[in-house]
Design a protein around this ligand. Structure first.
Ligand SMILES: *Cc1c(COP(=O)(O)O)cnc(C)c1O
Length: 366
């Protein structure tokens, strides 16, 4: 007897490995593995969420009309051109599903977000990896990968897991040089951590260019990762295509309301951004002071640092020793970064604990 056989392209997917939540021995001292907001969730979003415990029996608003109206007002967008999903992960899958299939090519950068490869293979398309420029996005390398079969280019800006950032001029140059039938998906999961003057112009491009989709999330600065709320902006045609394959009731009732309230939590957002910049700068400086241990910080615009281990102390050893001290960071051998650890910027206490632990581990190693 023969058993049903999964598609070859599905079995070619390396399963997504999430950041760990517990240490080998139990509860963590600091979970710095998934780029969540260490300050939690705004009081406004929590209050909105908790109002909906009586609404559990009804399906949520499938059209997310109130959330789209709030996003449109906040970002000056057309609400009809906003797509949404169970996390921006779903929106990335929708873009792949609408625009790529067997025989097509999808480009993303080496050390890019791991979901791009999963989304590409899931639809039977062929992943094409563009070389990086010292871990950062290299627009010329991406353009050199374009062929007649290219259907999508995925880029995260700032990028995860590197934290690197391509300025507006580079994004515009990438778009200007792509064929008009290639969809450029700009994943802005970390854009709220940028200063306003660092805006990469992605939303502006998506307002006018039919071949640009921007994706955003409530999982990062807004502190709503548990609720799985993402959205995107594209042409009316792109959004209509993605709606056809979207899960019908993809954001919960309480989640939609929490997200609307989160947009209005201006103090919380500004405080989170300022906290992140302050402690990211401090952490990078302290790691630099560890002297000739061979640790190198990749300059970051996001809420984490990628630290490369280029001396005798390996990332793998440091990862396990941090784990023994209750600190969970992300080691990424599956993404070609066996020599790197990605560390989320935590609370002040978590960040200080991390530095003390690194200092001790480096001292032990030399
Ligand atoms: C965290 C992250 C996402 C968003 O994930 P959600 O599904 O919205 O929680 C998207 N892209 C990148 C690059 C990320 O790091």
């Amino acid at each position: 007897m023969t058993a049903p056989k999964p598609k070859d392209w599905i079995m070619a997917i390396a399963p997504y490995v999430p950041g760990r939540s517990t240490t080998d021995s139990g509860a963590p001292v600091a979970k710095l593995s998934s780029n969540e907001n260490p300050l939690g969730t705004s009081p406004e979003a929590q209050a909105a969420f908790s109002k909906h415990v009586g609404d559990l029996s009804r399906y949520p608003d499938a059209s997310a009309a109130e959330l789209r109206a709030a996003l449109a007002a906040y970002h000056d967008l057309d609400p009809a051109r906003i797509i949404y999903g169970t996390g921006s992960d779903e929106v990335l899958h929708l873009a792949a599903g609408a625009y790529a299939g067997p025989g097509d090519e999808v480009i993303f950068v080496r050390y890019g977000f791991s979901v791009y490869e999963i989304a590409t293979r899931r639809v039977g398309a062929h992943p094409v990896v563009a070389p990086d420029k010292d871990h950062a996005t290299d627009v010329d390398a991406i353009l050199a990968c374009v062929t007649e079969r290219t259907r999508i280019v995925f880029i995260a800006n700032p990028n995860n897991p590197t934290g690197t950032y391509a300025p507006r001029g580079e994004i515009l140059r990438l778009h200007a040089n792509l064929p008009s039938d290639v969809m450029l998906v700009i994943d802005q999961a970390y854009s709220e951590y940028l200063m306003p003057e660092e805006d990469d112009g992605g939303l502006d491009l998506a307002r006018h260019a039919p071949n640009v989709i921007v994706t955003r999330t409530f999982s990062k600065i807004h502190g709503l990762a548990a609720e799985r709320i993402g959205w995107g902006y594209g042409s009316a045609e792109a959004v209509a295509a993605m709606h056809r394959i979207r899960a019908p009731f993809c954001i919960t009732t309480a989640g939609q309301q929490a997200a609307i309230a989160a947009l209005g939590a201006t103090d919380f957002i500004e405080h989170s951004r300022a906290h992140n910049i302050k402690w990211r700068t401090w952490l990078a400086g302290e790691i630099a002071k560890l002297g000739n241990a061979g640790l190198r910080v990749v300059p970051s615009h996001a809420n984490f640092l990628l630290v490369l281990f280029e001396g005798a102390l390996t990332a793998e050893v440091a990862y396990h020793q941090l784990m023994e001290r209750g600190i969970i960071v992300r080691w990424l051998p599956g993404q070609g970064l066996a020599n790197g650890l990605r560390m989320t910027i935590g609370t002040e206490a978590e960040t200080r604990t991390l530095v003390e632990a690194l200092r001790a581990i480096v001292a032990d190693a030399v």
